[in-house]
Write a protein that binds this ligand. Structure first.
Ligand code: SF4
Length: 133
């Protein structure tokens, strides 16, 4: 069993958690006693952090609705469709017709980049974060 210290990605608190790996599978999670944020504690989500990693229900590919049904597509296709829809919406209704919702499961750096894309790339201040919902 190998234990690796990481940060819980369920919310923005940033608790320190060890993930236990056995035979290349993450099989457990437990708190870091020395972590300055969590100091040996985790909430129930943190204790079960390892369970989604190998879940069969986990989305691993983008899905696009075609003929009323969600079908897996490549990242290139998904990004092209998204970019086209954003450009068309901005052109037709203006940048404030677009809103972006970021995630606590992203890193600070990813959230920073998303607000930059929203404000500078799209041209709107309509950016929010799921932690405020
Ligand atoms: S253990 Fe709970 S409080 Fe800590 S980061 Fe994870 S979800 Fe947030």
């Amino acid at each position: 069993m190998q234990n690796t210290l990481t940060i819980c990605n369920y919310c923005g608190c940033g608790c320190g958690v060890y993930l236990s790996v056995k035979n290349n599978r993450v099989v457990g999670s437990y708190p870091s006693r020395n972590h300055p944020i969590s100091r040996g504690n985790l909430c129930s989500k943190g204790w079960h952090l390892h369970q989604f990693i190998h879940s069969k229900n986990r989305l691993t590919k983008p899905l696009l609705r075609k003929n009323g049904k969600l079908v897996p597509v490549s990242w290139n296709e998904a990004l092209d469709v998204t970019a086209d829809a954003l450009l068309q919406t901005k052109k037709q209704f203006g940048p404030d017709a677009i809103g972006v919702l970021s995630s606590a499961k992203c890193t600070n750096e990813e959230n920073y980049l998303l607000q930059k894309l929203t404000r500078v790339g799209i041209g709107t201040n309509n950016i929010d974060h799921c932690a405020r919902l």
